[in-house]
Design a protein around this ligand. Structure first.
Ligand SMILES: NC(=O)c1ccc[n+]([C@@H]2O[C@H](COP(=O)([O-])OP(=O)(O)OC[C@H]3O[C@@H](n4cnc5c(N)ncnc54)[C@H](O)[C@@H]3O)[C@@H](O)[C@H]2O)c1
Length: 281
């Protein structure tokens, strides 16, 4: 028996990166998957978001585990689209047990001021929309898992990295409060809410020219190898980043009944980065 056998999981940002990894890990453990992704570009985001081909690849990979998957192209900023997507999925699968609010953007660097709000609209309002669309379908035993970031807990976070950086830290920090208050509200109904704070994760969000330049301002055109030297200064453990599968293991714990009495928790998967931040004072 898989650890989430017979459950139905909604995952946003499921076309690639951590979202795809979550879909595969939960499917491997017996869940059916509702895979939502925008699969198009957002104005002001200075790196490529996922494509319809990426989402199709997630579908193919999940099906290899023999689980059902319903891919839906939808924007988490659009509440009515999210409600329609979740309603359609629940109609098809009959229920909803797990919500992974994972979709996010991270446009850093010198960008227009409205990018602050673009990031907040996806990373904060998008999470709230996802939960709003799901909530009436959840019942006792259900689990909501929100992807925040270590930026939520770091002094300054990604502030100083343009309006998108400020928006990113604001959104991720606010999500921690949102999770705790929502957990308090839903606990009497045996619905749990937890959040994961990843350090740098080895996904397309991290591997952009802008990100490499931010970490290596001393170089004009830093390579991945040169950026990784700087990435490795974040965690206390000797790693440049964690893998998406490391975050999926945390998600699987929160999603499964193994954590049935765990709610309102904030779990950093960060190789000790937040300890480092405290040490740095
Ligand atoms: N990669 C990192 O270093 C890192 C670190 C800490 C936290 N995070 C967070 O982890 C989450 C997953 O990011 P990732 O690393 O897999 O990055 P990613 O860019 O590879 O994946 C994000 C996915 O979200 C989708 N998406 C973006 N905006 C959307 C929208 N409006 N509606 C629907 N889908 C949308 C993208 O198309 C993409 O498939 C994000 O919330 C991110 O902020 C990432």
């Amino acid at each position: 028996m898989g650890r989430v056998a017979g459950k139905v999981a909604l995952i946003t940002g499921a076309a690639r990166g951590q979202g795809r990894s979550h879909a595969l890990r939960l499917a491997e453990e017996g869940a059916d998957i509702i895979a939502i992704d925008i699969c198009s570009q957002i104005d002001g985001v200075n790196y490529g978001l996922a494509t319809p081909e990426d989402l199709a690849e997630t579908v193919e990979l999940v099906e290899k585990f023999g689980q059902r998957i319903l891919p839906i192209q939808a924007d988490v900023r659009d509440l009515s689209a999210m409600k329609a997507a979740v309603d359609q999925a629940v109609n098809e699968f009959g229920k909803l047990d797990i919500v992974s609010a994972n979709a996010g953007i991270s446009p850093l660097g010198p960008l227009p001021l409205h990018v602050f709000l673009d990031v907040v609209n996806v990373n904060l309002s998008g999470v709230i929309n996802t939960v709003t669309a799901a909530i009436d379908h959840l019942s006792a035993g259900a689990s909501i898992v929100v992807t925040s970031s270590v930026a939520a807990m770091m002094k300054g976070g990604t502030e100083g990295q343009g309006p998108g950086g400020s928006g990113y830290t604001f959104a991720k920090r606010t999500l921690v409060d949102f999770v705790k208050d929502l957990a308090r509200t839903l606990a009497p109904h045996s619905i749990r809410v937890n959040t994961i704070l990843p350090t740098n994760v080895n996904t397309p969000m991290l591997h952009t020219e802008t990100m490499y330049r931010l970490f290596r301002p001393d170089l004009e055109n830093p390579t991945r190898e040169e950026a990784e030297v700087a990435f490795a200064t974040l965690a206390l453990m000797p790693i440049p980043y964690v893998e998406p599968s490391d975050i999926s293991e945390a998600l699987l714990y929160f999603a499964s009944d193994a954590s049935r009495y765990v709610t309102g928790q904030v779990l950093a998967v960060d190789g000790g980065q937040l300890l480092h931040d405290i040490v740095l004072g």
